[in-house]
Design a protein around this ligand. Structure first.
Ligand code: UDP
Length: 496
């Protein structure tokens, strides 16, 4: 390929909703930093905040743009408007079919990176001969767990939902219970079926992870499962300045300066950061138990109280889920900072005063915790989070379990509640000395490896560069295909 050849152009098509949208934006910014022309598709009414980061990238000379898809006349957008970053994975985005097709025909990019939840995209893209790369937001480890369960069905061979079983075939001994498996795995429903098929026929996948984090599982994923995967993360590390880190996805409910000032007043490794991501809803009684557990522990905390699940039990309080006077007491004693809404997570996590992260094990949060070098209290709730927990506690050995046993969909009520004693005990284990010191050492080591992975010559840097090279080298092939396609579909012959 000669140096005057046009830049490789990649179109990124993120899904609405925090855990999928945020890393895709970072992914596009990361590829732009590799010299790619990156276009991010957005939707009208998108509530997400990232325009300023894109603008800053443009000013520093990167070729990155947003493109808002316009809906066909008369179509409504309310169904998929991302008003609070919590779109369900079931959200149907197929209203965007025609506008997407038009964009691809006009632009003929070298490739489209599309979120796995846009299940209809293969129908549009594959006919056009444009390589379709999937982004599903997970790591290799969790995909290997899924594969083992699907192949060997170990959960069918136990007598109860709480009896542990080992996942056969994996590089480490990983144990789970049936109650920790997604409901669609337990009941063999079709939910992920279409997304899986879309993945099987794709050109490959980009994975927000890095080789050194999970080498045995990357090998398993590529060799045993036969996946063509480029590991290009951690993508959050493309946020290098305070502004970019402060403004991911949504505007924070707290001003980042006061938050950082609060942390500045604390000793190194003395504060626990508690967050359950963008989607999870906890019921009031669970929030109450967390509050009591945190108050009883000997450690300071920042707690992002997210969305509240309306309980089916009518007599449960909804308005004031926290104990009487809790917030005031915490503020006055400077023991705890309660954030209701959205927090500048990256800035908080990387602060030296933060010594641990209580997380729901969403993959982005988990990886952001790894990048910040923080050990974790793992509290998985839904999606593939119970697998991620095992990666942290059993493979990386940088975390302790709070004792969450029950998988439930993000908007469903759990039968069980994790009690205050368990919360307190897990916080003490993580934030104390002894085993915590060793976990912290390992966490710091991983953080160093994460940073090295995305620097020039690092494993993720090289994978991104290899994908770009591959797209360049298949250009002449793509040109022949397109020529054939357009000539077959148009009355006038086309020449490139
Ligand atoms: N996040 C944030 N502030 C918050 C809550 C979440 O910046 O108050 C970001 C977090 O840094 C992560 C994403 O939202 O990048 C959540 O993704 P994750 O995969 O952890 O969980 P999900 O929201 O998909 O359950």
């Amino acid at each position: 390929m000669d140096s005057d050849a046009p830049k490789v152009e990649i179109i990124f098509f993120p899904f609405v909703g925090g855990g999928h949208l945020i890393p895709m934006i970072d992914l596009a910014r990361l590829f732009a930093s590799h010299g790619v022309k990156a276009t991010i598709i957005t939707i009208p009414n998108d509530a997400a905040v990232f325009h300023k980061s894109i603008h800053r990238d443009q000013q520093s000379g990167r070729d990155i743009n947003l493109h808002t898809l316009q809906l066909p006349p008369g179509e409504e957008f309310n169904t998929i408007a991302s008003v609070d970053m919590s779109a369900s994975p079931f959200t149907d985005t197929s209203i965007l079919r025609e506008p997407l097709k038009q964009l691809l025909v006009d632009r003929r990019p070298d490739c489209i990176v599309t979120d796995t939840f846009h299940r209809w995209v293969p129908d549009v893209v594959d006919d056009l001969g444009i390589p379709r790369i999937i982004f599903n937001g997970n790591c290799c480890f969790s995909r290997c767990c899924e594969d083992s369960i699907k192949r060997y069905e170990p959960h069918e061979k136990v007598g109860s939902d709480s009896e542990p079983f080992v996942l056969p075939g994996l590089p480490d001994r990983i144990e789970l219970t049936r109650s920790q498996l997604p409901i669609f795995v337990r009941t063999r429903t079709e939910f992920p079926g279409k997304a899986m098929r879309a993945e099987q026929n794709s050109y490959g996948q980009v994975v927000n992870s890095f080789y050194e984090l999970e080498p045995a599982y990357v090998e398993y994923y590529r060799k045993e499962m036969g996946k063509k995967a480029w590991l290009i993360g951690p993508v959050s590390l493309c946020n290098r300045n305070v502004e970019d880190k402060a403004e991911r996805g949504q505007k924070s409910t707290i001003d980042e300066h006061s938050c950082l000032k609060w942390l500045d007043s604390k000793k190194p490794n003395s504060v626990l950061y508690v967050s359950f991501g963008s989607l999870a809803r906890l019921k009031p009684i669970q929030l109450l138990e967390i509050a009591h557990g945190l108050e009883a522990s000997n450690h300071s905390f920042i707690w992002v109280v997210g969305k509240i699940l309306e309980s089916a039990e009518k007599d449960e309080p909804k308005e004031n889920c926290l104990p009487n006077g809790f917030e005031e007491r915490m503020m006055k004693s400077k023991k705890g900072l309660v954030i209701k809404g959205w927090a500048p997570q990256l800035l908080i996590l990387e602060h030296a005063a933060v010594g641990g992260f209580m997380t729901h094990c969403g993959w982005n949060s988990t990886l952001e915790g790894v990048c910040a070098g923080k050990p974790m209290v793992t509290w998985p709730l839904s999606a593939e989070q119970f697998y991620n927990e095992k990666l942290v506690t059993d493979v990386l050995k940088t975390g302790v379990r709070v004792g969450s046993e029950e998988w439930a969909s993000w908007n469903m009520e759990r039968k069980t509640v994790v009690g205050r004693e368990k919360v307190e005990a897990a916080v003490e284990r993580l934030m104390g000395g002894g085993e915590a010191t060793e976990m912290r050492r390992r966490a710091k080591e991983l953080a160093e490896k994460a940073k090295r992975a995305i620097e020039e010559g690092g494993s993720s840097y090289n994978d991104a560069a290899a994908l770009i090279e591959e797209l360049k080298s298949r250009r002449s092939l793509a040109k022949d295909y397109l020529l054939e396609f357009y000539n077959a579909h148009s009355k006038t012959a086309v020449q490139f």
